[in-house]
Design a protein around this ligand. Structure first.
Ligand code: FES
Ligand code: FES
Length: 274
């Protein structure tokens, strides 16, 4: 027996009449299949579960529809809508939108890293830090915050220090980059590396490559007479004081708190007793 013939001639208060309205066929051929499926499910489920109305049935006095009937019908419709959404999601997207294609663009980038020329094919969004660590396997440069806040990723770019996590590699095509691996080797340490060891300028060592690269640039900045925020007189060469060093190294965070020993190490390399 089909759904229509099973529907009883309804009185306004009959639960069957409200149910039959749920089972009416779609009025248009382009109407979504999901509501129809939901309606049919709801009607069948309702018929299977309906019992004669008792005095304590939760029946709407205006429509005559019982609360349980409405709940079941609502659930079935929601499930039907879910099928439709899933079917929509499975329609393959033939090609990404133009904005996504632009994001996925790659570029050839040539860098001279620690004296060696390297040409890389990089996603344009690759940071200099990731180019060094992930593409050139120079993992001496550390990723701490990846947000320009800790200084662990400091390298020298054309002789000046920079947070490698905050700049894109494609912006530096043709640049010279020096990482901790290019400053010294275990056999021939850079003077700052030796001084950090001598003065216990580290504990876990995670910040140390960035500290040493930064300190290398600080000594060059002082030699060049570049003032800092704490330089009292901008017309004279800045002093090599602990205050100057602390200010200039303030972008390099050490979670182990080896700051005073780091200052001692830099001071000694700068030519003054620590
Ligand atoms: S990792 Fe670059 S500043 Fe922290
Ligand atoms: S030595 Fe551990 S963070 Fe600096």
């Amino acid at each position: 027996m089909d759904a229509a013939s099973r529907s009883s001639p309804a009185t306004p208060s009959s639960p069957s009449s409200s149910t039959s309205s749920l089972t009416s066929p779609a009025s248009s051929p382009i109407q979504s299949a999901a509501p129809c499926l939901g309606d049919a499910l709801a009607a069948d489920v309702c018929r299977a579960h309906e019992a004669p109305l008792g005095p304590d049935s939760l029946q709407d006095p205006l429509t005559g529809v019982r609360r349980r009937t409405m709940l079941i019908a609502g659930s079935a419709c929601a499930a039907g809508s879910g099928f439709a959404l899933e079917a929509q999601a499975q329609v393959p997207n033939p090609r990404p939108p133009a904005s996504q294609e632009a994001l996925m663009a790659t570029s050839q980038v040539t860098l001279t890293v620690n004296g060696q020329t390297q040409t890389l094919s990089l996603d344009n969004r690759t940071s200099l830090l990731d180019a060094l660590r992930e593409h050139l396997r120079l993992t001496g440069t550390k990723k701490g915050c990846d947000h320009g806040q800790c200084g662990a990723c400091t390298v020298l770019l054309d002789g000046r220090r920079i947070n490698a996590c905050l700049t894109l590699a494609v912006l530096h095509d043709g640049a010279q980059v020096t990482t901790i691996e290019g400053l010294g080797t275990p056999e021939k340490l850079h003077p700052l590396q030796a001084a950090f060891i001598k003065h216990d300028g580290y504990q876990c060592g995670y910040c140390t490559p960035g500290q040493i690269c930064s300190a290398t640039a600080v000594l060059d900045e002082l030699k060049a007479g570049m003032p800092s925020h704490v330089t009292a007189d901008l017309n004279v060469r800045p002093l090599l004081s602990a205050d100057e060093l602390r200010e200039r190294m303030s972008g390099n965070i050490c979670r182990c708190g080896a700051y005073s020993n780091i200052i001692d190490a830099i001071t000694e390399v700068a030519g003054r007793p620590a």
